[in-house]
Design a protein around this ligand. Structure first.
Ligand code: HEC
Ligand code: HEC
Ligand code: HEC
Length: 428
């Protein structure tokens, strides 16, 4: 009997707690809707400024499906939890952001709250955009509101219960999100601070290059430490960067603004759009600021100054004459052969981070899917070899690691090839 009473009490206590929890979350999540307004015309100079900022934040990349109308949304974004679709941010009153006031637009970008008051998922990088200045939000607003309106209803997200409950994002934000503008670091000059703003706030580079915790939030103690994203590895941009040759200013500038470099290969995969939709379109002064800031992240790099011997070794690589070496020569050697002077259109594989990263993911992706004409250097393509068996792709990756680096072999290669193949080529 006593046990029954106790159980009942505990049950009641649970019920009360649950209710408090639901009421609490609802209270925490509640934000008022912001009324629509007639949107004014904007000064062309402000719209032009907004266009550059929209490139710097590559809004179009996430908000456009391949071949679709710009900014009309619908692009699938796979997360560890399910698939989310970006929304229409053209000024269509029914399906886009037509009639949104600047306050509503600013709240969406900086706090992740839609105009109607509902919580947005952090797939929109509001944890970075929260740092945007008032002037930049105003310019972005002017640009977005002067785009042609496109009627395109949002695609329903494919998220499992309870992750599909938008209100729960309020709990996520409570734990991981701090709203607030960018503040300049007085220990650095104006150019560095400009670079930090463009990288951390607008460019949200950490969204891919900073590792995330189990709930999908960037780990505050590990900025730019490298992370797994969209089926790729986004390498560390700190002194822990694993490219064989240390980055120099000209190399970094070339990589970030053209996507092609002499010693570090191509910006492929998701990094391709970051360069071509984004950094390539920034004014030179801003490009220099980003380069300076990224370079500063790599301070204390132990590889600095040791480029010559590494390059000499890369030029002298021998793939070997055994069966695996012959497979490499047949599959890759016609385009990538050591011995010749470095040519950015035929990157030296031994200098590429795809070979030196702890995980073979990027190399497997490159072998299976190649690099399309739009992704890499203009005028060249690297064909994908998806027709090879998992075992042969694994053999290729193994022989490249063995002959093009002095690092320990990768484990479970055939399994990893199967996983990358199952994941598909991705959208970029
Ligand atoms: C990494 C991908 C990504 C980038 C980059 C991105 N967005 Fe988004 N954005 C999204 C997703 C996904 C959503 C929808 C989130 C949701 O449904 O909860 C969204 C939602 C929005 C919304 C809210 C729309 C609504 O109806 O609630 C606005 C406004 C917006 N984005 C503007 C921008 C602007 C401006 C930029 C560039 C400065 C930008 N976004 C860059 C992914 C992105
Ligand atoms: C959408 C995800 C994503 C975003 C956002 C992103 N990167 Fe990357 N980045 C990657 C991936 C993936 C690679 C590896 C590409 C490859 O090997 O071809 C990469 C590679 C790089 C490299 C070369 C690293 C190496 O050692 O080979 C640099 C430098 C870099 N990114 C800088 C940046 C900067 C600066 C920004 C912001 C302006 C940025 N990235 C934003 C995904 C991203
Ligand atoms: C038909 C010529 C061709 C063949 C064959 C070829 N590649 Fe490439 N590869 C290229 C070109 C061109 C690039 C530069 C990419 C670009 O800008 O399009 C490249 C780039 C690369 C990169 C650098 C990618 C980056 O993200 O920096 C790696 C690594 C690579 N190839 C590995 C291989 C391997 C391994 C094979 C064999 C399985 C191979 N390639 C076969 C032409 C080729």
């Amino acid at each position: 009997m006593l046990g029954f009473v106790m159980a009942k009490r505990i049950f009641l206590a649970f019920g009360v707690l649950l209710l408090v929890g639901i009421v609490g979350i609802a209270a925490l999540a509640y934000r008022p809707a912001i009324a629509t307004v007639p949107v004014p015309a904007f000064a062309p100079a402000l719209v032009a400024e907004g266009e550059i900022l929209a490139a710097g934040g590559y809004c179009a990349t996430c908000h456009t499906v391949r071949g679709g109308a710009p900014f009309a949304g619908g692009r699938a974004m796979k997360t560890g939890f399910g698939t989310l679709y970006s929304t229409n941010i053209t000024p269509d009153p029914e399906t886009g952001i037509g009639g949104w006031s600047q306050a509503a637009f600013a709240r969406a970008l900086r706090e992740g709250i839609s105009r109607d008051g509902s919580q947005l998922f952090p797939a929109l990088p509001f944890d970075h955009f929260t740092k945007l200045s008032d002037d930049d939000v105003a310019a972005l607003y002017a640009y977005m509101m002067s785009r042609p309106a496109v009627k395109a209803p949002a695609k329903p997200n494919d998220l499992p219960f309870p992750l599909n409950i938008r209100a729960l994002q309020a709990g996520w934000k409570l734990l991981f999100f701090k709203a607030g503008r960018f503040t300049a670091d007085p220990a650095h000059n104006a150019q560095w601070n400009r670079g930090a703003y463009l990288t951390d706030a607008l460019g949200h580079c950490g969204a891919c290059h900073t590792p995330r915790n189990a709930l999908g939030a960037e780990q505050p103690g590990k900025p730019y430490a490298g992370a797994s994203i969209d089926g790729w590895i986004a390498p560390a941009l700190t002194a822990a960067n694993q490219a064989p040759i240390a980055w120099t200013t000209p190399e970094l500038t070339a990589y970030l603004t053209t996507g092609v470099s002499l010693y570090h290969g191509t910006a492929a995969g998701p990094m391709s759009a970051v360069v071509h939709d984004g950094l390539a379109k920034l004014p030179p002064a801003d490009q220099q600021a980003v380069t300076l800031y990224i370079e500063s992240l790599g301070q204390g790099d132990s590889r600095a100054g040791a480029a010559a011997p590494v390059l000499a070794k890369a030029l002298a690589v021998q793939p070997g004459k055994d069966a695996d070496g012959r497979l490499f020569t047949a599959a890759c050697g016609s385009c990538h052969h050591a011995g010749a002077a470095p040519n950015p259109l035929r990157p030296l594989i031994a200098l590429n981070s795809a070979v030196t990263l702890d995980e073979p993911t990027n190399l497997i992706r490159l072998i299976l899917y190649g690099i399309g004409a739009k992704q890499g250097a203009p005028g060249v393509v690297m064909p994908g070899l998806g027709g090879l068996s998992d075992a042969d792709v694994a053999r290729l990756a193994a022989v490249i690691r063995r002959t093009h680096s002095a690092l320990p072999p990768w484990n479970d290669l055939a399994k990893k090839v199967a996983a990358v193949r199952a994941d598909g080529p991705g959208e970029s």
